[in-house]
Design a protein around this ligand. Structure first.
Ligand code: G4P
Length: 543
C-alpha cells in the first residue's frame, strides 16, 4: 500500500550481462544512502518521520509511528524487551523524485556503541543534525570523527529554528572551528531562532515562506516569493537575512561540489523537523548533491566497480525474531551488482556458500521482503548464523573488502566464566565476539587467559556479550567493570614502566597493539610529565 516503504522493482526475466550492468549502473546512480549523525534529542526521530512523510512513505508523521512506537517494537531480542529500547539499526527506503533514498538508522541514546559507528561504513553521505540552541554536542563530534576518517561527505542541518537558540552566524563559526569544515549554507533563515518565517534560498535569491500546520504532522505549505515580495512581507527580517547571506558569501563562499565530496565544505540548511520546515529542501539536496554509490576499495583487487557481479559486506548482526532457534539477521550493504533473493553467495572469510532465501528490509516495525536490490541498498539476511560483522559476500570471483575499523573504547570490564568447566566454550565465545567486533578483547600475562578484559565504545555491548555468551556459547559469564575510561596506544618498550604507574595498566589487543588504560585524562597528563618521551597515541578512531 502507499504507506509502506517502497521495494525496488524486481527484474523477472534474466538479462544479458551487458544489459544487467546497464541496469545496475542506472539503479546505483539513483541511489542515495545516508545516515543522520546527531546527539540524543537533536531531533533525529522527528526528522526521520518528516522525511518519510515527505517521501510519502508514511501518510502522517505522528509520534505513534515514531520513537514511542519503535520503543515497543523490538521483540527480537529478549534483552531489548527488558530494556525497552531498540539496540538495532536498519534502513528506511523510499523514493523521492527519481531517486531511491536509503536512510540507514544510527542507534543513539543509551545504545550508542560500535554499531552506531559501523553504520557509517554502510553509507555514502551523512546528515549532521544540530540543535540550534546547543550547537555541536559530544556524540555528534564522535560520529563526525568517523565520517572524517572515512571521508564521508556531510550535509549539515540546523534544527529547531522555531525555538530561540544560538545566532546563525555564530553557529557557522562553531562548525568551522570544531570540524574544520567550511560551512556553505544553501538556505539562510529569515527571522531569528524562535521567529522562523522561512528561508532565503541562496542559490536562487528567492524567499521560501513557511506556513505552520497543526503539530507539524502534515507537510507544511511553502510559498516561493521574489525578493521584492519578501521585503514587503518580512521587512527587517528579510533585509537582515540578505545582509548575513552576503557576509557569508564573502567569507565562506557558495556550495562547491568538489570540496563537498572531498570533505572540506559542508552545505547547510536551516529547518524545524517538528514543523516540517526545510525537510523538502533536505530531500532535494540529498538528490542533487549527495553522492551515489561509487567503486569500493578491496584487499583482493584495486576497487570493485558498482556494475561488477554482486558483492556486499555485513556491517551489523542482530539476533533474529526467534531466539529459540538462535536465528541471526545479518545487515549487509550492497557494494556491487544486483542482489536477487534466492541467490547463493559466498563468504570471503570462510569460503562457504550462503543461501539468501530470505532477505528483508527492516525499519522499526516494518518488514518487507526484498526480491531485488542494488548497490547502496541494505538488506537484512535471515538465517545468517554463519556470518559475522565485517564479512564480505560475493558472487563468482572472490572479492574481499578491508576489515571494519575498530574504535577507541571507553568502557572496560573483566569477563570470567561462571562455570570453570566450560572453559572451552568460554574461549570460543570470546574469540567469536572479538572477531565480530562486538567487543575488543584485551589480555595480559598478569590477568591470564581466564580473565580477558573486554573494551567497548558503548556499555550496551557488555550486555550483548553477556547475553550471547550464555545463550549462544553455553558459557554464562560474570562481568566486573573496571575504573578506566581511556585507552591509548603505546609500544612494547613502555609496557613495564607504564605498568608501574599507579592506576595505569597495559594490555594487548588481539591485533597486537598495546593499549594503556587510564582512569581519566588527568592521569594521562601526569604520566606524560613523569615519563619523558613516553609513547601514548590518542586516536579518536583506531584502525
Ligand atoms: P532524537 O531522536 O534525536 O533523540 O530526537 P527526537 O526526534 O526524539 O526529538 C527530541 C525532542 O525534540 C522531542 O521533544 C521533539 O519533539 C523535539 N524536536 C525535534 N525537532 C524539533 C524542532 O524542530 N523544533 C522543536 N521545537 N522541537 C523539536 P520531546 O519533548 O522529547 O518529545 P515530544 O513530547 O515533543 O514528542
Amino acid at each position: 500500500s502507499a504507506d509502506q516503504p517502497t521495494t525496488p522493482s524486481s527484474t523477472t526475466t534474466p538479462a544479458s550481462p551487458a544489459k544487467e550492468q546497464a541496469t545496475v549502473l542506472a539503479e546505483a546512480s539513483r541511489r542515495r544512502s545516508f545516515a543522520v549523525i546527531s546527539h540524543p534529542d537533536a531531533g533525529k526521530s522527528t526528522l526521520t518521520e518528516a522525511l518519510a512523510l515527505h517521501a510519502n512513505a508514511i501518510r502522517e508523521a505522528g509520534r505513534a509511528d515514531g520513537k514511542a512506537g519503535r520503543r515497543t517494537v523490538s521483540d527480537w531480542m529478549d534483552m531489548e524487551q527488558d530494556r525497552g529500547i531498540s539496540i538495532t539499526s536498519a534502513a528506511l527506503q523510499f523514493t523521492y523524485r527519481d531517486a531511491m533514498i536509503n536512510l540507514v538508522d544510527t542507534p543513539g541514546h543509551a545504545d550508542f556503541s560500535e554499531d552506531t559507528y559501523r553504520v557509517l561504513s554502510a553509507v555514502d553521505a551523512a546528515v549532521m543534525l544540530v540543535d540550534a540552541a546547543k550547537g555541536l554536542e559530544v556524540q555528534t563530534m564522535k560520529l563526525f570523527a568517523v565520517c572524517k576518517h572515512r571521508g564521508i561527505p556531510l550535509i549539515t542541518v540546523i534544527n529547531k529554528w522555531d525555538r530561540p537558540g544560538k545566532d546563525a552566524l555564530e553557529l557557522m563559526d562553531e562548525i568551522q572551528e570544531r570540524t574544520g569544515l567550511v560551512p556553505t549554507p544553501l538556505t539562510w533563515p529569515v527571522g531569528v531562532g524562535g521567529d522562523f518565517r522561512g528561508v532565503l534560498d541562496r542559490r536562487t535569491g528567492q524567499y521560501v515562506h513557511y506556513t505552520r500546520t497543526a503539530g507539524g504532522t502534515t507537510i507544511a505549505p511553502e510559498e516561493v516569493m521574489d525578493p521584492d515580495a519578501a521585503v514587503a512581507r518580512e521587512g527587517d527580517a528579510w533585509t537582515t537575512a540578505v545582509e548575513e547571506a552576503e557576509l557569508l558569501a564573502d567569507s565562506n563562499g557558495d556550495h562547491d561540489q568538489e570540496t563537498f565530496l572531498a570533505g572540506q565544505t559542508t552545505p547547510v540548511l536551516f529547518g524545524s523537523a517538528v514543523q516540517n520546515f526545510g525537510v523538502h529542501a533536505l530531500l532535494d539536496v540529498l538528490v542533487d548533491v549527495a553522492p551515489s554509490p561509487s567503486p569500493r576499495v578491496t584487499v583482493t583487487e584495486d576497487t570493485r566497480p558498482v556494475e561488477a557481479p554482486f558483492s556486499a559486506f555485513v556491517f551489523k548482526m542482530q539476533a533474529g525474531m526467534d531466539t529459540a532457534h538462535r536465528d541471526r539477521l545479518a545487515f549487509a550493504r550492497i557494494c556491487s551488482g544486483v542482489f536477487e533473493r534466492g541467490m547463493v553467495v559466498s563468504s570471503a572469510r570462510t569460503g562457504k556458500p550462503f543461501a539468501t532465501k530470505y532477505a528483508q528490509q527492516v525499519f522499526g516495525r516494518e518488514r518487507t521482503i526484498v526480491d531485488t536490490a542494488y548497490p547502496g541498498d541494505v538488506v537484512g539476511l535471515v538465517n545468517a548464523a554463519g556470518l559475522r560483522v565485517g564479512d564480505t559476500l560475493y558472487l563468482d570471483k572472490k572479492v574481499e573488502f578491508p576489515p571494519l575499523p575498530t574504535f577507541a573504547p571507553e568502557h572496560f570490564a573483566v569477563m570470567r566464566a561462571k562455570d570453570v568447566s566450560r572453559y572451552k566454550q568460554f574461549q570460543r565465545g570470546v574469540m567469536q565476539l572479538g572477531a565480530e567486533g562486538v567487543v575488543q578483547v584485551l589480555r595480559s600475562d598478569l590477568r591470564g587467559d581466564q580473565a580477558p578484559v573486554l573494551a567497548v565504545v558503548g556499555p550496551m555491548q557488555f550486555e550483548v556479550a553477556e547475553h550471547r555468551m550464555a545463550t549462544e556459547f553455553n558459557a554464562p559469564v560474570s562481568l566486573d567493570r573496571l575504573g578506566y575510561s581511556m585507552a591509548l596506544r603505546t609500544t612494547k618498550d613502555w609496557v613495564a614502566q607504564l605498568n608501574e604507574q599507579p592506576g595505569v595498566e597495559v594490555l594487548q589487543r588481539e591485533d597486537g597493539e598495546y593499549l594503556a588504560l587510564f582512569p581519566d585524562r588527568w592521569r594521562v597528563t601526569s604520566v606524560r610529565n613523569r615519563l619523558e618521551g613516553v609513547v601514548l597515541l590518542e586516536d579518536e578512531i583506531f584502525g
